[in-house]
Design a protein around this ligand. Sequence first.
Ligand SMILES: *[C@@H]1O[C@H](CO)[C@@H](O)[C@H](O)[C@H]1NC(C)=O
Ligand SMILES: *[C@@H]1O[C@H](CO)[C@@H](O)[C@H](O)[C@H]1NC(C)=O
Length: 274
Amino acid sequence: MKLLILILICAITTAYKISNLKVPLYADPRRAAELSCHFQMDDEKLHSVKWYREMNEIFRYTPGQEPDIRLFNISGIVVQGGECQVDSCMVRVMPHPVATRAGYTCEVSTEGPKFEIVRETKQMTVVAMPDKDPIIVGAPETVKPGEQILLNCTSALSLPPAEINWYVDGELQKPEPWQRTELGPPRDGGLRASWRVLRYTMPTTASGSLRIRCESILVVEPPVERETTSIITVFSHTENSKFVSTKGISEGHSKSGTRVTIWTLIIILMCLSL
Ligand SMILES: *[C@@H]1O[C@H](CO)[C@@H](O)[C@H](O)[C@H]1NC(C)=O
Ligand SMILES: *[C@@H]1O[C@H](CO)[C@@H](O)[C@H](O)[C@H]1NC(C)=O
């Protein structure tokens, strides 16, 4: 039984197949992406290795032909180059600065008379990640119940531009028509910043603290999220006055305390000099 399993495992691991297909999940539109396909030929003879983007061929390797590597530009990408080793082929593509997702397929076929084909596909999405968390501007440290605050959250440059959502104590704030996500001008690689304002009126019964969260989302597959939270303390009238008065008293004490010490010192010095 054990021997049978061992033979089976050996049979599986030595079979003619694609052993490793490396396609980055995300590609940055400002840099070329490298895709590689590792294959295992077992006793079969390699006829060709092809790369496809969706249904379109972008690369072909046919050992023994001249030239053995051919590249094909198609709409959506520029094929920059490619090379092959005995058990792998690599292709370098520069995606267009448009946030799109596409399937990349590696296809390995054997020589005749069998002409067997194995292929594997992985998806790659063109995304430029924001390099920072979003920034909230305008958050006061403290607010009074009933007071209105105006906040502005800006997300770092990205492709696609980020959608912005506001949450107050975990509750999603529905955007007013004038509070939609706004976009900055396109920069290098089609990247854009985005921002959204939030006007929020403190409930008159508010107390304690308020968690204001700004979430920026890149709507791609799979989505990319970043967020920032500001904590705002709510001061009711009584708490506020208590706070101010204790502060005033303690400061007064310490100041007059220092003054007394200085006067004592001066008197002692005058007495000594006499
Ligand atoms: C693909 O397009 C790029 C840029 O336009 C060019 O430099 C390259 O030679 C083209 N490659 C092929 C195989 O046509
Ligand atoms: C929000 O911030 C962005 C810059 O990050 C600025 O361009 C925009 O004018 C601000 N909006 C408001 C209403 O303050």
